[in-house]
Ligand binder design. Structure first.
Ligand code: G6P
Ligand code: ZN
Length: 581
């Protein structure tokens, strides 16, 4: 038994330790300053209060990005010094964000213990490496991110912090080897348990999906599959689930070795950054020689995001959640039906149409996964999704990239049940069938990144002011395109949480058209430099003869209206967006 002492170290506050939507994210060079991480961790312990921290079981792990290994040792030593009873670490410090959420909710330690919270070390889809981003966020006992009440308290503590506690003489723990190490401090025993990163998550997935039917699909010679982890932590799960459990070919995994710098790439699963997968699926500019796989998917750094692709076919995240909800019968976890469904405000209304037609409870929440968590804790929502490549369910309290892939594979297996010998029902068939049944929501997002923050604010203020006169709005609209329908409503989105009654205002500006089209303007809450304006453009088409158009053709009139209405170029000086998704 190794004995350790507690040292009190003097420190002074750092500016700007305010956690954003998903924790504190900064460049590595900021995080490695002496006491920077220590201050934030101590502020978190202080905000949680000593009463909650003493005797607690904490999970500490993340997406494996650069600086994680050092951070894990620091947090472990600080946990010991603050009276935490045990720390759980995924082997090599790897646990995906959804896996952490699952571990908090489900895992029982060898001595019957359960986790009370987690420090997740990730900056999600931001690049990693010595010159890139690191991040840390705290998740609660329900497996979901800390609510704003707590993150505000953490921030307050960071502004007044004077000292932190650390067990300096605690030896570094070997996080590459599974096992328990026992220590003793002034307050009694302290244990560190390193466990397999994937086992608990695999078990959870097996309790949700019918692995046997997915295995049949994946082993059919007709069905070809490809999964790209973009060198993020999803790689630690992909081989276990897709290859070992479900029988996919080993060569169907791309970039599935987790790397500290994500191989120098940008681990964000979209058509711009998942280049290799996009090319393999026949969607790239230069088409590859080989026949693309039937199904492709990608994840972000911490594996909570997903992108779903069919052969030469992109499934928008807004359609994806609607299709999963409409086909929930393919997933055993939902065998007694869906409690309700929810989407974020800028996500297309494809899910609304499904909810209405299936008579399901429906919620429209502001951007940010935490809003779904409250609904799920109250038993109001089973499936939810966001346009920003996040999809998930109430099995945990984070979005879940691999869950989304398994949901799609389940639907494919279900649709192809008993007819794997015939022509395969493809991803594209499923989406087109969905459009034929429910109508299609043409959808695109324009991002204006790193715009001058003042200019972005002015543009938003202008749009809010304009909303007071719909006749003026319609005059502008008609002046630009007479073929676009009338704006019948315009507002700034405000949300009253049906569970705790809290109100979130200024969540984006909406222009709602008579034919169901929507234009939404929002400032990103996750950018790190300047401001990012997001413009979401959506048009609903019910006529089955008009659902097969190219998205950019169908949306061209609305795009023109949006740019003129917002005076985008005038305010930002930009003649084109930085990214279109
Ligand atoms: C993170 C959150 C998502 C949210 C997204 C929005 O990924 O986990 O829930 O949709 O940020 O980002 P934005 O930059 O649009 O604020
Ligand atoms: Zn993420």
């Amino acid at each position: 038994m190794v004995l350790f002492n507690v040292t009190r170290k003097d420190t002074t506050p750092f500016d700007g330790q305010k956690p954003g939507t998903s924790g504190l994210r900064k460049k590595v060079k900021v995080f490695i300053q002496p006491n920077y991480l220590e201050n934030f961790v101590q502020a978190s312990f202080d905000a949680l209060t000593a009463e909650k921290v003493r005797g607690a079981t904490l999970v500490v792990s993340g997406d494996g990005r650069y600086y994680s290994k050092e951070a894990i040792q620091i947090i472990t030593k600080m946990s010991a010094a603050n009276g935490v009873r045990r720390v759980w670490i995924g082997q090599n410090g790897l646990l995906s964000t959804p896996a952490v959420s699952g571990v908090i909710r489900e895992r029982v330690g060898p001595d019957g213990s359960k986790a009370t919270g987690a420090f997740i070390l990730t900056a999600s889809h931001n690049p990693g490496g010595p010159t890139e981003d690191f991040g840390i966020k705290y998740n609660m006992e329900n497996g979901g991110p800390a609510p704003e009440g707590l993150t505000n308290k953490i921030y307050e503590h960071t502004t007044t912090i004077k000292e932190y506690l650390i067990a300096e003489d605690l030896p570094d723990v070997d996080i590459s080897t599974i096992g328990v190490t026992n220590f003793t401090g002034p307050e009694g025993p302290f244990d560190v348990e390193v466990f397999d990163s994937a086992s608990d998550y695999v078990k959870l997935m097996k309790s949700i999906f019918d692995f046997e039917s997915i295995r049949k699909l994946l082993s059919s010679p007709k069905f070809t599959f490809c999964y790209d982890a973009l060198h993020g932590v999803a790689g630690a799960y992909a081989k276990r689930i897709f290859v070992d459990e479900l029988g996919a070919q080993e060569n169907s995994l791309l970039n599935c070795t987790p790397k500290e710098d994500f191989g120098g790439g940008h681990p964000d699963p979209n058509l711009t950054y998942a280049k290799e997968l996009v090319a393999r699926m026949g969607l790239g500019k230069s088409e590859s020689q080989d026949e693309p796989p039937e199904f492709g998917a990608a994840a972000d750094g911490d594996a909570d995001r997903n992108m779903i692709l069919g052969k030469r076919f992109f499934v928008t995240p807004s359609d994806s959640v609607a299709i999963i909800a409409a086909n929930a019968e393919a997933i055993p976890y939902f065998s007694s039906g869906l409690k309700g469904v929810a989407r974020s405000m800028p996500t297309s209304a494809a899910l609304d149409v499904v909810a209405k037609s299936l008579n399901l409870k429906f919620f429209e929440v502001p951007t940010g996964w935490k809003f779904f968590g409250n609904l799920m804790d109250a038993g109001l929502c089973s499936v939810c999704g966001e346009e920003s490549f996040g999809t998930g369910s109430d099995h945990i309290r984070e979005k879940d990239g691999i869950w989304a892939v398994l949901a799609w594979l389940s639907i494919l297996a279900y649709k192809n049940k008993d007819k794997l010998e015939d022509k395969l029902v493809t991803v594209e068939d499923i989406v087109r069938q969905h459009w034929a049944t429910y109508g299609r929501h043409y959808y695109t997002r324009y991002d204006y990144e790193n715009v001058d923050a003042g200019a972005a604010k002015e543009l938003m203020a202008y749009l809010v002011k304009l909303q007071s006169s719909l006749s003026e709005v319609n005059q502008i609209v008609k002046g630009v395109r007479s073929d676009v329908s009338n704006v019948v409503n315009a507002d700034e989105f405000e949300y009253k949480d049906p569970v705790d009654g809290s109100i979130s205002s200024h969540q984006g500006i909406r222009y709602l058209f008579e034919d169901g089209s929507r234009l939404i303007f929002r400032l990103s809450g996750t950018g790190s430099e300047g401001a990012t304006i997001r413009l979401y453009i959506e048009q609903y088409e019910k006529d089955p003869s008009k659902i097969g158009r190219l998205s950019q053709d169908a949306l061209a009139p609305l795009v023109e209206v949006a740019l003129k209405l917002s005076k985008m170029q005038e305010f930002t000086g930009r003649s084109a967006p930085t990214v279109i998704t």
